[in-house]
Design a protein around this ligand. Structure first.
Ligand code: 5GP
Length: 210
């Protein structure tokens, strides 16, 4: 029996490389769907509306909140970020494993509302590497980088809430590791309740001599 897709939350410090990791995961395996978030932050050079994010004005975003059109949302470094509900529900129904690349407040809300969600936290091999990646990316000012490093410190307090950590050292290895975790997660009893119940009922019938 094919079970429905799993809602996968991927968090990690800014600069931990989760974007690259998810892009490669989706390229390599066709069982995933990546949710595109809405945000009120400015688009970075090269970012495309509808591909990287849906870029909204603050008022538009607040309208989405009111309409209950988001599965979760959070404020991160002064901007709103949120996950559109419709795409997520549709893809899960189709059996896709849906990836939400979101920060920790949103992740914890998902954990509360979707107990079968799988929470992964991507970590850099070490903190010096994290800073190097943030500076090397060249998309943020030093001020923003410092803000994001401060935020990383806050976020590190919540890592234990996640199901798995993934250390992003070698990209290909890390992609395969994430895929293995997800494949294994499909086989937990909690994610196969219907199948288990059906087997139990069939066994009961059999033992009653039907
Ligand atoms: P960035 O500005 O670097 O694209 O994203 C900043 C942070 O917001 C990242 O940690 C990213 O994972 C998170 N984020 C992106 N989309 C969402 C979302 O829809 N909801 C939440 N809660 N966080 C998000």
């Amino acid at each position: 029996m094919k079970n429905k897709g799993i809602l996968i939350v991927v968090s990690g410090f800014s600069g931990a490389g989760k974007g690259t990791l998810m892009t490669r995961l989706i390229e390599k395996y066709d069982t995933y769907a990546l949710s595109v978030s809405m945000t009120t932050r400015e688009a970075r050079d090269g970012e495309i509306d509808g591909i990287n994010y849906f870029f909204l004005e603050k008022e538009e975003f607040e309208e989405k909140i009111k309409e209950n059109a988001l599965v979760e949302y959070a404020n991160y470094c002064g901007n709103y970020y949120g996950t559109p509900r419709e795409y997520v529900e549709q893809q899960l129904q189709l059996g896709k494993d849906v990836i939400l690349e979101i920060e920790i407040q949103g992740a914890l809300k998902i954990k509360q509302n979707f107990p079968n969600a799988l929470l992964l936290f991507v970590m850099p091999p070490d903190v010096a590497e994290l800073r190097k990646r943030l500076v090397g990316r060249g998309t943020e000012t030093l001020d923003v980088i410092e803000k994001r490093l401060m935020r990383a410190k806050e976020e590190s307090a919540g890592i234990e809430e996640y199901d798995y950590i993934v250390i992003n050292d070698d990209l290909e290895q890390c992609v395969d590791e994430v895929n293995e975790i997800v494949r294994a997660a499909h086989n937990t009893p909690a994610r196969n309740v219907e199948f288990i119940e059906k087997t139990k009922k069939d066994l009961e019938r059999l033992s009653e001599g039907e």
